[in-house]
Design a protein around this ligand. Structure first.
Ligand SMILES: [Zn+2]
Length: 135
């Protein structure tokens, strides 16, 4: 099955989904899916806010949204990335730092909501790539 890649154009910042390398829909920049590292994000099914997309932020940069039970793959150069995911007004998240390196180039995480008494919290946990669902 094809992976759905979520790519941010380095030239114009447009965020788009790609199944294969392509030109940016906005500015025509050629977008590569080979950046060295790869971050997989899977949003686990839930009822809270299931209709709304969760907003994805990498190092404070918006990377679009992820739908319920959706999986996305973000090609990123090696480095450290703070991953932050929000759901509507719910901005509490455990903000893990993802490290992509030649020794550990492919990191997968699963996101779910922890129901809290005062506030729900988004929890991001590292997952084995083999447990990621195929679209
Ligand atoms: Zn562009």
């Amino acid at each position: 099955m094809a992976r759905k890649y979520r790519v941010k154009c380095p030239r114009c910042g447009n965020v788009q989904n790609l199944l294969a390398p392509a030109a940016c829909a906005k500015c025509g920049e050629q977008l590569s899916l080979e950046q060295g590292g790869l971050l997989g994000i899977y949003r686990m099914g839930n009822f809270v806010g299931s209709a709304a997309g969760f907003g994805i932020y990498i190092n404070e940069q918006p990377y679009g949204q992820i739908g319920n039970r959706e999986s996305l793959y973000l090609p990123l150069p090696y480095g450290e990335y703070k991953l932050h995911i929000v759901c509507g007004m719910n901005r509490k998240c455990n903000d893990p730092v993802i490290k992509l390196s030649p020794e550990d180039p492919f990191v997968c995480v699963k996101v779910h909501i922890n129901m809290g008494f005062i506030q729900n919290k988004l929890v991001i946990e590292r997952a084995d790539p083999s447990t990621m669902p195929q679209d």
